[in-house]
Design a protein around this ligand. Structure first.
Ligand code: 5AD
Ligand code: SF4
Length: 466
């Protein structure tokens, strides 16, 4: 495939707004204006926040983590469970006092929660000091919103869900210098019955492959060692694009980018995880040996009501297929406990499945009803306490498996990306996501080292072999 690698430019209109904001801030403030970006939720949100920071940089803001010192505070929110939403309301409530102390402070709420009509209304009615609330569909219009707020007094509420092609060219201000997220697609068309994402992030839209290749190439050239390709369902990447492309082909293309770096990706939906993708993983030496493959439940009855479109047996055969192609691969998963109508017998099948797969780690959640989703209307007779007991039972099973899985790594020599350093000890992950700590120097951060795994003591320990 031949591509020209010229990236689409970010909206000239928004760039003009950003320039006007820049001038206003320079004229009206003697000090550099400061912004704080507070992010809740998944990697997609972290990635969106990096673009929000990029737009804020364009407007002339620098960044602070001290909210009391910020001139602009933006909360990028998550709506996936009630707990996440409660935390946002609490955090937004807590900045009211800063606004009283700091003249001209602007407070914004964006992201998945803000996309929901009832949440936007709640901010409008009960949080009068919040200046702007806008959803995921219009994030790229941030410069325009800030300009309008600085030049008028009206509060801004926008939650039109935008299903237009992906806006490219938004500057990205990443926090890490050696590990970075690269979104490949946005939105989700799957409509799992418990999930709010399709309603707050809209239809699936893929970035053009040349945009992704350009972004990864630039990152690798500037020293990035780990690229995480992101999407709510990366396996349906490419739908709707003119190019003859799918995620398997994209992986091979990213793998062909010259340089010493590793590739990870998430999230994969089991129903779209094809043999073609597994073969692309196997053949691509930079793609790491780990697959995050959320199963959600082990009972076919529950999987059907969840609208997951696979059975436990089909899921297990996928795991088997992946293991036959890549014997050293590890799996992680998401599991929901206490979906409406789930019985203990259903739940036991989740436990059985977890024992069969032997995940290296699990993200487990108690079901949380989301307004507007089909599951929120389903009878849900099991009490929270009962669900809590099931949840603990699952954790105990997983803890044992996890420890055994970790110990299987002892004796192996693995390539680790050094990520953190504390008092002579480095830590980082192997290809299969095993986390290992070992003695080393601070300068090694951001580089690969071969590490022999020697023992397990509250985590894997090892030593550098070079
Ligand atoms: N309640 C609990 N967990 C949920 N998830 C998504 N929606 C809900 C919900 N309503 C979980 C799923 C998904 C992960 C990102 O969050 O397991 O894979
Ligand atoms: Fe939600 Fe299902 Fe889409 Fe994942 S695949 S974002 S769980 S609707």
């Amino acid at each position: 495939m031949q591509y020209d690698f010229s990236s689409n430019e970010y909206s000239p209109e928004q760039k003009a707004y950003a320039a006007r904001v820049y001038n206003i801030l320079r004229e009206t403030k003697s000090e550099t204006p400061l912004a704080a970006v507070v992010t809740f939720g998944c990697q997609q949100n972290v990635s969106d926040s990096q673009r929000i920071r990029g737009m804020l940089s364009l407007m002339g803001y620098e960044f602070t983590e001290d909210l009391s010192k910020a001139d602009f505070i933006i909360f990028n929110t998550c709506a996936v469970r009630e707990h996440a939403e409660d935390r946002v309301f609490g955090n937004v409530g807590a900045v009211k006092k800063y606004k009283r102390q700091r003249k001209g402070m602007i407070i914004a709420v964006c992201g998945c929660m803000a996309q929901q009509e009832h949440v936007s209304r709640r901010f409008k009615e009960s949080y009068p000091y919040v200046d702007m609330v806008f959803g995921t569909g219009v994030t790229h219009r941030l410069p325009e919103f800030v300009y309008k707020k600085l030049t008028g007094t009206k509060r801004i509420f926008e939650n039109e869900l935008n299903n237009d092609p992906v806006i490219e060219g938004i500057p990205v201000n990443r926090d890490d210098v050696f590990k970075g997220f690269v979104p490949v697609m946005y939105g989700c068309d799957n409509f799992c019955t418990y999930c709010i994402v399709p309603y707050v992030r809209g239809r699936e839209r893929s970035r053009k492959p040349q945009e992704i290749i350009k972004e990864v190439t630039d990152m690798v050239n500037s020293g990035y060692k780990e690229i995480m390709l992101l999407g709510q369902n990366v396996n349906s990447y490419g739908k709707g694009l003119d190019e003859d492309i799918n995620f398997a082909k994209l992986l091979r293309m990213v793998n062909d980018i010259p340089g010493d770096f590793r590739i990870r990706f998430m999230t994969s939906h089991p129903k779209d995880c094809t043999e073609e993708l597994l073969l692309a993983m196997r053949d691509s030496k930079k793609v790491e040996r780990h697959l995050h493959l959320p199963v959600q439940a082990g009972s076919d009855r529950i999987l059907k009501i969840m609208n997951r479109r696979y059975t436990a047996e089909k899921y297990l055969s996928l795991i088997e297929k992946a293991r036959s192609l890549m014997p050293d691969i590890t799996f992680t998963s998401d599991i929901i406990v206490g979906f409406p109508g789930e019985t203990y017998e259903d739940f036991k099948q989740t436990i059985e499945l977890v024992k069969k797969v032997r995940y290296s780690s699990l993200f487990t959640f108690i079901y949380s009803p989301r307004k507007g989703t089909p599951a929120a209307e389903m009878p849900d007779p099991v009490t929270r306490e009962e669900k809590g007991r099931w949840f603990s039972e699952l954790l105990a099973v997983q803890d044992k498996i996890q420890k055994e899985k970790e110990e299987e790594n002892i004796g192996k020599t693995v390539r680790v990306l050094c990520e953190e350093y504390d008092d002579g000890i480095l830590s980082g992950k192997a290809s299969n996501m095993a986390q290992i700590s070992f003695a080393g120097e601070k300068d090694f951060i951001g580089s690969f080292k071969n590490v022999k795994i020697t023992s397990y003591d509250h985590g894997l320990k090892g030593e550098i072999t070079e």
